[in-house]
Design a binder for this molecule. Sequence first.
Ligand SMILES: Cc1ncc(COP(=O)(O)O)c(C=O)c1O
Length: 391
Amino acid sequence: MKINFDQAIERKHTNCSKYDGMTASFGRNDLLPLWIADMDFPVPEEVSAAIAKRAEHPVYGYNIFPEGYFEAFAAWEKKHHDWDVKKEWVCHTPGVLTALSNAILTFTEKGDNILIQPPVYFPFSSTIEALGRKVINNQLIYRDGYFTMDFDDLEEKAKQAKMFVFCSPHNPSGRVWKKEELDRVEAICRKNDLLVFSDEIHSDIVYQPHKHIVFAQLSDWSRDHCIVAMAPSKTFNIAGLEMSHISIPNEALRTPYQYLLRYGLHVANANSCGIPAAQAAYEHGEEWYQELLAYLQANIDYLDAALKEQVPQVKLVRPESTYIPLLDMSALGMTNDEMKAFVINEVGAALNAGSTFGPGGEKFMRINVATQRVHLETFVARLKEAVGRLQ
Ligand SMILES: Cc1ncc(COP(=O)(O)O)c(C=O)c1O
């Protein structure tokens, strides 16, 4: 490996949520930070260089997107997902959640039902509710350490919904939906004329042999009825630069969507450093990205094996995608509140509580493995001791 992902990096005092915002979320700042979904790794050198070069010019006014920006994104999608994104399909938003809000405001009315699949990324439900729409839950099934969809329930719930917020790959279950599963989702959405907001922000962080399929690639119908949300933020660890790409192949959807973005929310402009950074990531980040995937995979393998050997009461739900998998803590026999308190007070770690992700998340904690291996080793050692003290 050329890149040393084991190298420690000090993130405190950079205004970062994971370290500097810990007290606000956990009441103290001395926990092992394995929560919020960003990585403790420096970005590819070319990304920092692109920001430094742009920063040399002392005017940070309004921006346009250079031609090469969209070309870089399209080339990345072609190479990694065999998807031909057309430049004119792509709308910029600062975040995928901004894109979700814009979709909800553009295509639904107050009181409409919007379908999600919990346990799922928690801002889906809060966004839907904050905008005065109603959440309908199609809860995933968890069996033998693996999440699947409840298609019978989805058939029923789809009848009442106007829009489906689909998480593909799915955070936090770590599932990369298979072709057969996607085809069934597509058929149900088509039958019920649902608009699909396909959140594919994790689509680059996929482990062998799994393969992500873009929802818009499934059929002519899916292409014309979906909004595909992607971003370089998870892939290259640049969430703070606020760059996302929202692809809408169908012009009849894209036109009203863009109208609200530009003239209602006023978020179509982009960050002066974000544009060159994202472009550099797509153009020059391949080697870094491949090494990142290998490092993450090795961290997952380590955590899985170490827990099996040293703390068999806690099981890793092996992820097919994402660096934020779930730990199944059900064998500890604790209530949700007891489990959260145990992890903070006895293990000394900051993890996301599974219950935050909605129904079905109660017996899990979510761990962020995108950190130096030594932190995972510390976590396992502390967990082992804390579980030992329970007996
Ligand atoms: C599924 C999913 N969607 C969206 C986001 C956040 O997107 P953004 O920060 O671009 O709004 C996350 C972050 O963890 C996520 O996991």
